[in-house]
Design a protein around this ligand. Sequence first.
Ligand SMILES: Nc1ncnc2c1ncn2[C@@H]1O[C@H](COP(=O)(O)OP(=O)(O)O)[C@@H](O)[C@H]1O
Ligand SMILES: [Mg+2]
Length: 316
Amino acid sequence: MNENLIEIRHLKKYFPVKEGHLHAIDDVSLHIPKGETLGVVGESGCGKSTLGRTILRLIEPTSGQVLYDGVDLTTLSGAELSKVRKDMQIIFQDPYASLNPRMTVRDLIAEPLLINKVFKSKALVYQEVDELMATVGLSKRLASAYPHELDGGRRQRIGIARAISMKPKFIVCDEPVSALDVSIQAQILNLLMDLQKDLGLTYMFITHDLSVVRHISTHIAVMYLGQCVELCPSKELFKNPLHPYTKALLTAIPVPSSEMRHKKIEVVKGEVFSPINPAPGCRFSARCTEHKESCKGYCSDLVEVEPGHFVACPNI
Ligand SMILES: Nc1ncnc2c1ncn2[C@@H]1O[C@H](COP(=O)(O)OP(=O)(O)O)[C@@H](O)[C@H]1O
Ligand SMILES: [Mg+2]
C-alpha cells in the first residue's frame, strides 16, 4: 500500500507561445499522503491552476511523472485513465460559471451520476441526490431552485456535491472560497474538512490567500513563477517561514475585508520576471529584500534545511 496518494516528480508544463515557451510549471516535485491536505499558495499566475489540472491530466504535462496511488498517470490512456479519473475531482472558484443556469439544483447534482450511469433507475439517482444535498448542507426545499436564485456559498455546495457524487479519493480544490464573503468562506472550509474526515478524502487546496489554507492544510507548498520555493507542515510555515517570498506573503495577511481581497494587492515590490524563457537563476531575486550579489544566476533546488522543512533559496 502506498502511503502517498499523489506523488509528483519533476513535473513540467511549458506552454508554447509566440516568443518561445512559458514555463507555467518548472520542475515541481511534491507528494500528498492519503487523507491529508496540501495547501498550494502563491500569487496569481504562478502556476497553481496549471499544477492542479496537470495532475488530473486535464492538461498534458511537458515532462515528469504524476503517480496516483503508485500508478504513473502520464502513461495511462483510454479506459484505464477514465477509471482513475473518477477517483479524482476538481472544485472551482466560481461554480456559477461551471453550472448550467437552466438546470435545477437536483438536476445539476444528478448530472454526473446520470452521465456515468452509476444507478440503474432515475428514482435511485434522485434518492442519492437527496442524500448528497443533506451531506453538503443544502436544504431539500432548494431542489427545484436554479443557480441564480442561490448565494455563492450554496452554489459552491452544489459544486462540492457534484464533486463527491462519484465517490472520489482525491479532490483538487482550486480557490474554492476566494469569491466568497469571509463568513461564508469559513462555512465552506468547515464543510470541506468534515467531508475529508467522513469520506477519507485527500485534497490539494489551491489559494492565493495564505490565511485561507492555514487550518485546512497539513502541509503547505509556496509557489513562485512555476516553482515550489518552500514546503513544510502548515504550522511550521506560519511559525518559522524561511523563504523571503513566504515572509512577504505572511506580512500581507490578515486581509481586512472581502472587497480588498478582490483587489490585486502588491505584497512584494519590484519587477516580476517573465515566465517566458526565464533566465537561469533565482526568479525572485529582483524582488527579494535579502538578495545578495551572489544569488544572481544561482538557482537553488528545494533543500531540507530543518527536518521536514524544505526551502529553495541560495541564502539559506
Ligand atoms: N493555455 C495556456 N496557454 C498559455 N499560457 C498559459 C495557459 N494557461 C496558463 N498559462 C500561463 O501560465 C501561467 C500560470 O497560470 P495559472 O496556472 O493559471 O496560474 P494561477 O492559477 O497561479 O493564477 C500564467 O503565466 C498563465 O498566463
Ligand atoms: Mg488559478
